[in-house]
Design a protein around this ligand. Sequence first.
Ligand SMILES: [Fe+2]
Ligand SMILES: [Fe+2]
Length: 248
Amino acid sequence: MSLYAIGDLHLHFESELKARNQIEDKVWQNHEKKLMDNCHKVINEDDTLVLVGDHSWGRNINECQKDLEYIIELPGRKILLRGNHDMFWDANKTEKLNEMYKGKLEFLQNNYYTYKDYALVGTKGYTFEGPFYVDNYGNIEGWDEKEAEHAEKLVKREYERLITSFEKAKADGYQKFIMFLHYPPTNILQANSIFTKIAEMYKVEQVIYGHCHGESRFHDSIIGKKRKIRYSLVSGDYLRWNPYLILK
Ligand SMILES: [Fe+2]
Ligand SMILES: [Fe+2]
């Protein structure tokens, strides 16, 4: 029995939309097949796979059917987190998705799931992504204050959702946590954030996140151990479509 994660599949079986790097970068060519094959090599039916968001380019649930069916076909139990591109997932309708896909997929938001004696908690998260203003040497000398203010509001909402997830698990007696985010735990300027503080407060063992893809983004946030917590980026292209083993 093992716990795995990967994210940012950006499937588009029914949607015309896709990112430019999905057309140009070699790592994205046939990525659906690469991931399916790699998952079947290591993941067994009694394992758990957490998909940390940006599942589909579809703009609504109808445009996502085949993408979600593909995810159902992946081996093991599947838990999904909401990414910024997951238009099919209305933030207020997580329970409805859980009813629709009962026995096939589980949707993590304002709730929690379990793996052995761990609670799997999480939310989409949010980080300020600019615009940043740089000097001739590429050093950041300022940023868009209005956008930063807007980001603060979104961070607050995600903070509340994350606390809800933790508190539900705690109320049920869980003391060991793995925390999942779609966005990285910090923005490119930060060493700490409200999300790293929550992780420390609840003494989580690992923080798993996605969203950073394309080589230039891989090191936007924390990777590795920091104050007793292991931070891991699991975007699919970063992992070259090999699911990341969180726990055995
Ligand atoms: Fe993404
Ligand atoms: Fe994303």
